[in-house]
Design a protein around this ligand. Sequence first.
Ligand SMILES: C[S@@+](CC[C@H](N)C(=O)[O-])C[C@H]1O[C@@H](n2cnc3c(N)ncnc32)[C@H](O)[C@@H]1O
Length: 285
Amino acid sequence: MQKSYYEKPRYKLYQANCLDILKELPENSVDMIFADPPYFLSSGSFTCQNGKMVSVKKGDWDLSNGTKKNFEFHVEWIKACRRVLKPNGTIWISGTYHSVYQCGFALEVNKYHFLNDIAWFKPNASPNLSCRFFTASHETLLWAKKGERAKHTFNYEQMKNGDWTEDQLKKPGLQMRSVWSINTPKPIEKKFGKHPTQKSFDLLKRIVMASTNKGDLILDPFTGSSTTGLAAYLYGRNFIGIDTEKQYLDLSIKRFEELDKNMKNKQQSFIKNNYENNYKNNSDK
Ligand SMILES: C[S@@+](CC[C@H](N)C(=O)[O-])C[C@H]1O[C@@H](n2cnc3c(N)ncnc32)[C@H](O)[C@@H]1O
């Protein structure tokens, strides 16, 4: 097995093409996969971020190789994920229309069974500069299991009755629905540096809480700044993250070490200010 780039109890990172690590991991060993693959939308054009014009190039890893090759890539990594997922495990895939239909079809080709497609509505999404079409303000999250009969984890009560006050659409005490209103990452989540497609901690918290239990193993094959890893670690799960880019793994390490230090020192106020209002140390709420 390839040597890890960084390893602490419950938190491991690999610098590699995810396909190389996925083929080395044991079969049926992972409880949940969260994957935020390249959307392949980088080009030479511009978009508006915080009122400024910025180039639409996230990195070479996000450049499109054409529809057919992009699709083949999604089929391949989604197939590799199926091998490592436990029989009752689940996979989440995030994307916009640039990639999510391809990923959805790739899930079907690999015989997964869909549980939900979640619309992640971003109330604070950047405005559209061209004013020639609607302002993109959501992403889609696909959630699937290995087969129709698989007994997947869904923490229904916690979704229904938990404190989800960051979401203006979630009504207290009513079922959690498939449209989630969650802001883009807070500035404090980027204090060690920016990943161009960083996910919100609140989004990953919800995914981890909904579909895993304490002690479960969560894998993120495109870990970036490891938002998934932070949510996994904070709530007592185990984590493996993979990324090709050293700079993102170094960012992941800084984020992890700060969280770990504050958890060990039982710094409730740090966790409250940086992550959430209702964290109880060692809780599995
Ligand atoms: C959309 S970003 C993920 C961002 C992440 N969810 C976060 O919160 O920071 C996709 C990541 O996949 C990485 N990547 C692209 N192709 C990869 C591959 N074949 N194997 C592993 N990582 C890859 C990129 O370097 C990038 O960091």
